[in-house]
Ligand binder design. Sequence first.
Ligand code: C2E
Ligand code: C2E
Length: 167
Amino acid sequence: REELEKMVVTDHLTKLYSRSYLDDKIHQSMNEDHEGTFMMIDIDNFKLINDTFGHQVGDDVIIQVANLINANIRGSDIGARWGGEELAIYLPGVSLTAGLVIAERLVKRVSESTEPQVTISCGVSHWNRGRHDSYPTLFKRADKALYIAKQSGKNKVIVQEHEDRSK
Ligand code: C2E
Ligand code: C2E
């Protein structure tokens, strides 16, 4: 039974958390915490890496990035595989300012210590209780930020701030 739970919770290739576990944790955090930061991470030019070096190297690059994520976030933070070469991190109770520190640290570490060298782009969003953010908008904003990071040159962090319509 413990083995079965591990399978559902963990992504096989990267040993990061699975997307369904990440979803659960975000929902839980949005009920219990006051704020949190979410980031979507995508390996830049991944198709080119696969085409140039082959799928085995492609997989190894995903694992390298996953290991760097695990080594650079706290045990209470949730690093997950979103799918393919897309990864995600959820930081329960973490402010946008601190979230950006972490995102910048990761982008830098990945560009410094992967072989073959790869870079990542990172889209960041943040919620807090006062604004009544929902999970779909948290996700949409991070995804949009990631898209902008890609469009504007990659290897960077972009944050998509909440549009507060009540103001
Ligand atoms: P910093 O690296 O500039 O981080 C500033 C603040 O961002 C931290 O304040 C914390 O609130 C948040 N933060 C940074 N990285 C993470 C992370 O991976 N996960 C989470 N959940 N939050 C993070 P804090 O805790 O008061 O730490 C102040 C400073 O102490 C940090 O500044 C850093 O220089 C050092 N520090 C704290 N813990 C560690 C650690 O485990 N390893 C290293 N190398 N330095 C640490
Ligand atoms: P941990 O809290 O699970 O953090 C794992 C790794 O995430 C850290 O490895 C570091 O690479 C990164 N990290 C986490 N928080 C921060 C931060 O605020 N700033 C920066 N720059 N990096 C951060 P590291 O540094 O080898 O630390 C290993 C473990 O040692 C940490 O595991 C934590 O349990 C402990 N630790 C290290 N420095 C501090 C500290 O300043 N305060 C506390 N309370 N614990 C620390």
